[in-house]
Design a protein around this ligand. Structure first.
Ligand SMILES: CSC[C@H]1O[C@@H](n2cnc3c(O)ncnc32)[C@H](O)[C@@H]1O
Ligand SMILES: [Zn+2]
Length: 474
């Protein structure tokens, strides 16, 4: 970690710089926000941590990062998030989620992937998922993610317009996939229909909101055939957008690929030109040794989902090997029905511990490495490098404050160790996206949490009733 306490040239030419120490009368020139803390963990490539630092924000952009005394000498802000015992760091990036599945949390536990999907989740989705389900489920998820310090997520679900509308309102940043799946789904009759509707969704959202990036989300190699996968890639390239897909997730998928496509999963995808465009592969638990270099060469962003992989017993991904080979690897939660929460702090900790025990190597996947995967590395994996994921002038102001007041932070010898091995979502006290404060001291400024809770509870009662009737054979 590179510590910093002086002027390191980290300041951009600010739009509203005070020529001398600012006073309250400078307020008409005030910038939007200053976020200060005991430590500013920038997650830049040099690993800069600033003691007693601050971040200056205006118009959604980071203007300067440096010692608080320097920032305060240069800027006066309309709003200030301050505290001596807080860490300021980039917001977390959840690279793979199915947000609305918060409403299916706990309906089918302790099952392997294909049993879970085919016998519980797909039937429940066809029965219950509509635009209202997706609106309420996604709102619940955004509440949980903002609460836990996630500022960007990559979602794959149905009714993508509804997801985008929720994200637009709640203020988060998201890549939103429009699902393509070769079977009847809640919002399409099959793959062709999904591609057609997907293109319309992408046209509606491509230039509408800079926080929202529409992409395609073909489900997997066992729910789409080679022609459908290629057609989805062609549509994505035609629309100029990327793709997110479940990739080499389970032994079933690997065997399916060998049986139906004559080769292992990633090699097959590569052979049909599927990686000829920006691709995010979720899970990637079973790449062969020969396939890992393909992921690096084709610049496939890999999202590691340790909790979901453990819970549905898919296996342990070779994260260390992928990172060593130069693969871009980020972290994700998967949906709340296979995790069963959206807590990126838990993902970081479990990612690290899982590699250590799997390799019997306590040095595997250090705190610094997993924190990078959840921030700057995650941004690289999902194609948002240089836009979010680190605290650097010119990047969008997506940042959080973590309180180090709780007993588990006393004493703090190493701030990175504490963030990864100790902190949890309850320690996050402020979440800022694009310069807008979404949560401050447990108050949600863009979400009506009482209304969301009421609506989710009412909808869950209807789901519960239908499930009970189904189980009792009525
Ligand atoms: C195109 S994404 C929506 C689709 O994916 C299902 N899903 C949720 N989690 C997983 C997973 O880990 N592997 C494969 N498919 C998954 C979800 O229920 C939706 O039907
Ligand atoms: Zn998934």
């Amino acid at each position: 970690m590179a510590a910093c306490s002086g002027d390191d040239g980290n300041s951009a030419a600010p739009a509203r710089q005070a020529s001398s120490a600012p006073t309250a009368s400078d307020n008409e020139n005030a910038i939007d926000l200053i976020v200060a803390g005991k430590y500013v963990v920038t997650m830049d490539a040099a690993g800069t941590v600033i003691v007693d630092g601050a971040v200056a924000v205006d118009d959604g952009v980071i203007l300067a990062v440096g010692p608080a005394t320097d920032i305060d000498a240069q800027y006066v802000a309309k709003e200030r998030l301050d505290s001596e015992s807080r860490v300021v760091m980039p917001g977390l990036i959840n690279g793979h989620s199915h947000a609305a599945m918060t409403l299916l949390r706990g309906v089918a536990d302790d099952l392997a992937l294909m049993d879970w999907l085919n016998n519980y989740i797909f039937p429940a989705e066809v029965e219950f998922v509509d635009a209202e389900f997706v609106r309420i489920g996604t709102e619940l998820a955004c509440w949980e993610m903002i609460r836990g310090g996630t500022t960007t997520f990559v979602d794959m679900y149905y009714y993508s317009d509804t997801i985008a509308e929720v994200v637009e309102r709640c203020g988060m940043r998201a890549l939103i996939s429009t699902t393509v799946i070769g079977q009847r789904s809640p919002d399409a009759e099959g793959a062709g229909d999904g591609i057609e509707k997907g293109l319309a969704f992408i046209n509606r959202w491509k230039d509408r909101n800079s926080r929202i990036t529409p992409i395609f989300g073909p489900h997997a190699n066992y729910t789409l055939n080679a022609e459908q996968l290629q057609a989805t890639r062609a549509a994505a390239n035609q629309a100029g957008v990327g793709i997110s897909i479940h990739l080499s997730e389970s032994p079933y998928e690997l065997q399916y690929s060998k049986d139906n496509y004559g080769g292992t999963s990633i090699a097959f995808f590569d052979s049909i030109g599927f990686f000829d465009g920006p691709t995010i592969g979720a899970h990637v638990v079973w790449p062969t040794a020969d396939e890992i270099p393909i992921l690096a060469e084709r610049q496939v962003g890999v999202i590691h989902n340790p909790t979901s992989n453990m819970k549905i017993a898919s296996g342990i991904a070779p994260v260390t090997e992928m990172l060593n080979a130069g693969v871009r690897v980020g972290l994700g939660t998967d949906g709340a029905a296979s995790n069963n929460d959206l807590d990126m702090w838990e993902e970081m900790r479990l990612a690290s511990f899982l590699q250590k025990v799997d390799r019997m190597d306590p040095e595997a996947l250090s705190a610094e490495t997993v924190l990078t995967m959840a921030t700057r590395g995650g941004a690289e994996a999902i194609g948002l490098a240089g836009r979010t994921g680190e605290l650097r002038p010119g990047l969008r102001a997506d940042l959080i404050q973590v309180s180090f007041d709780d007993v588990h932070f006393v004493p703090t010898f190493d701030v990175i160790s504490h963030l990864v091995f100790v902190a949890d979502e309850q320690d996050v006290v402020a979440t800022v996206v694009d310069g807008a404060i979404l949560m401050r001291d447990g108050q949600f400024l863009t979400l009506d949490t009482a209304r969301i809770k009421r609506e989710a509870t009412a909808l869950a009662a209807r789901i519960q009733q239908a499930l009970s009737e189904r189980n009792s054979g009525d």
